[in-house]
Write a protein that binds this ligand. Structure first.
Ligand code: CP
Ligand code: NVA
Length: 300
């Protein structure tokens, strides 16, 4: 693996390798004789959007693997004054061993990867959130066992980065993905086709929940969409994960949320509280999954 830019370009075998290594790294965390595949490395985190989990779990993960980190936003770089992504990638590749980027346009991280010579990790763009979905898959496997055949239902903004990455992951791993979302918040036909036409898209949240193993949601107002907040809240309210939705799912279904959560909006407070152990395990697993990604990118 040279970069992690999308789930779309990962094979099922590569995903399997990441999940197996994440499990090993989770078990080995804190042991004295741990591997240091990033020893002597310096990785930059270039973040143009807010972050709690991704930033901190990458900084901790890189350090636990023996490396050092530099955190910055594009506005602190000359990119903020118009230097091209390509020139930035060429120059930073002379100093750094890898870069983790959170930004708006997917094409910017792809351009960085094309012009640079170091591994690039997508830490969220408007199109995809691959690190999140790899940690989610690890969590589903940890909680429910084999991924193949499991039914995952994504509720709410079914056209966001997190649902897009789920679309590709589910198709590759033989999982059944349903998206419960209103018109205007469903994945485009072109994207569904690209992901292998496996997803079921519906406007009926309760019908979607039927027989589900995993109920999943994300904020209704992704970063960059704040101007549409009022309209989104109105249109997406019927897609809240609440007691009725949980009741319609399989007994023992897990509830997941990539966080940050807005209780009373995409998830009822009572449902969040009842399932917070899973949700916070899911957040912790970002660290283990990303350490696996970094280890593989470093060629170990
Ligand atoms: N889930 C997630 O990516 O969280 P942050 O935005 O806090 O990094
Ligand atoms: N879809 C959300 C994910 C946050 C981790 C966003 O892009 O803001």
């Amino acid at each position: 693996m040279k970069h992690l830019l999308t789930i779309e370009e990962l094979s099922a075998a590569e995903i399997g390798e990441i999940l197996r290594l994440a499990k090993k790294l989770k078990a080995a965390r804190g042991q004295a004789a741990r591997a240091l595949p990033l020893q002597g490395h310096v990785w930059a985190l270039i973040f143009n959007k807010a972050s709690t989990r991704t930033r901190v779990s990458f900084e901790v993960g890189i350090r636990e693997l023996g490396g050092a980190t530099i955190y910055m936003s594009s506005s602190e770089l000359q990119m903020g004054r118009g230097e091209t992504v390509a020139d930035t990638a060429c120059v930073l590749s002379r100093y750094l061993h890898g870069v983790v980027i959170r930004t708006y346009a997917q094409r910017d991280i792809e351009e960085f990867a094309r012009f640079g010579t170091i591994p690039v990790v997508n830490a969220l763009t408007d199109d995809e959130h691959p690190c999140q979905i790899l940690a989610d898959l690890f969590t589903v496997e940890e909680k429910l066992g084999e991924l193949k055949g499991k039914k995952v239902v994504f509720f709410g903004d079914g056209a966001c980065n997190v649902s897009n990455s789920w679309l590709f992951a589910a198709a590759k791993l033989g999982m059944k993905l349903w998206i419960a979302a209103p018109q205007g918040f469903q994945p485009s036909a072109a994207l569904v086709k690209r992901a292998g036409d496996e997803v079921c898209v519906t406007e009926d949240a309760i019908a979607a929940a039927s027989d589900a193993d995993v109920l999943y949601t994300d904020t209704w107002v992704s970063m960059g969409k704040e101007g549409e907040a009022a309209e989104r809240l109105k249109k997406l309210m019927p897609y809240q994960i609440n007691e009725a939705v949980v009741h319609a799912a399989k007994r023992g279904a897990i509830v997941m949320h990539c966080l940050p959560a807005y209780r009373g909006k995409e998830i009822a407070a009572s449902v969040f509280e009842a399932h917070q152990q899973t949700i916070f395990d899911q957040a912790e697993n970002r660290l283990h999954a990303q350490k696996a990604i970094l280890t593989l990118l470093a060629g170990h």
